[in-house]
Design a protein around this ligand. Structure first.
Ligand SMILES: Nc1ncnc2c1ncn2[C@@H]1O[C@H](COP(=O)(O)OP(=O)(O)O)[C@@H](O)[C@H]1O
Ligand SMILES: [Mg+2]
Length: 270
């Protein structure tokens, strides 16, 4: 029995690391020369955590997200998801890009079903899930329409449904609401918060909106100029669920000001 170890309570209940980023760096090798885009980054994201990343334009935010998603190879270091080194896009990840990148020849529903087909998952159960997500996103009457028949906001909501259809544990989002008007964006923020609260997914969100980052995240990672690295990490201790009024809370105002101060001297955010 000596080999049986009793796990101390504190350790048993400690949050598990979901995404481990270790000395991760990227230099794009182009014909015009090397483009250093990310200096070594170290970051642990725990299961169920919501992390937002802000930083100046071109500092390597999208590069970071693509590395975590296994879409491009790292120059140095690695990303582990659930303890396994990421080489290709993992099944348990959903991605939302800045532009919705829907396939124009597929209906809304068939666009949402794409990850299910790619992963060869059960069609019937996921079809029901796709329909439920679309109706949650206010798109139930548009399932059989084509992307060009939708507004930009509706297309982006379709892309979000597509990222969630296979119920991934991790959702990576690269400025998903950048193209939306302010009202739609606020609604999407509330919706995203609800999804995070109800499903406990681990979310990594890149955004150029500091208030959006503070409103949604457990931690806000601030990146420095290209080649970017982590300049600071802010913990957001505001209680959840948060409503839009929280933006007037002294802690909220203080945090957004502190984060903004990183960029005062050097121009604006992406
Ligand atoms: N495929 C690529 N080849 C060469 N350089 C790239 C490539 N993708 C991005 N870069 C460069 O890497 C830097 C970081 O880009 P990116 O990660 O898109 O920044 P951000 O998302 O923060 O705006 C930029 O200078 C960009 O021009
Ligand atoms: Mg980008």
């Amino acid at each position: 029995m000596a080999h049986l170890r009793v796990i101390p309570k504190s350790e048993a209940s400690a949050p598990r690391s979901m995404i481990e980023i270790r000395n991760l760096a990227k230099t794009y090798r182009t014909r015009g020369g090397d483009v250093p885009s990310l200096r070594p980054i170290n970051l642990d994201i725990t299961e169920g955590e919501f992390v937002a990343v802000v930083g100046p334009s071109g500092c390597g935010k999208s590069t970071l997200l693509k590395l975590v998603a296994g879409l491009i190879p790292a120059t140095e270091g690695e990303v582990q998801i659930g303890g396994v080194a990421v080489k290709d896009p993992p099944d348990d990840v959903g991605i939302v890009f800045q532009s919705p990148v829907l396939l124009p020849w597929r209906s809304v529903l068939r666009n949402v079903m794409l990850p299910v087909e790619v992963r060869k998952l059960d069609r019937e159960t996921h079809l029901a899930r796709a329909r439920k997500l679309l109706s949650m996103a206010g798109l139930e009457d548009f399932q059989n329409k084509y992307p060009w028949q939708l507004s930009g906001g509706m297309q982006q909501r379709t892309a979000i449904c597509r990222a969630l259809v296979h119920d991934p544990k991790i959702v990576l989002m690269d400025e998903p609401f950048g193209a939306l008007d302010a009202m739609t964006r606020e609604r999407m923020n509330l919706e995203l918060q609800r999804i995070h609260h109800e499903t406990g997914k681990t979310i990594l969100l890149i955004t150029h909106s500091i208030p959006e980052a503070v409103f949604l995240a457990d931690r806000v990672v601030v990146m420095s100029e290209r080649p970017g690295t982590i300049a600071a990490i802010y913990e957001v201790t505001l209680p959840r669920p948060r409503d839009l009024e929280i933006m007037g809370h002294p802690t909220f105002v203080d945090l957004t000001q502190k984060i903004r101060a990183h960029f005062y001297a050097r121009g604006h955010l992406d």
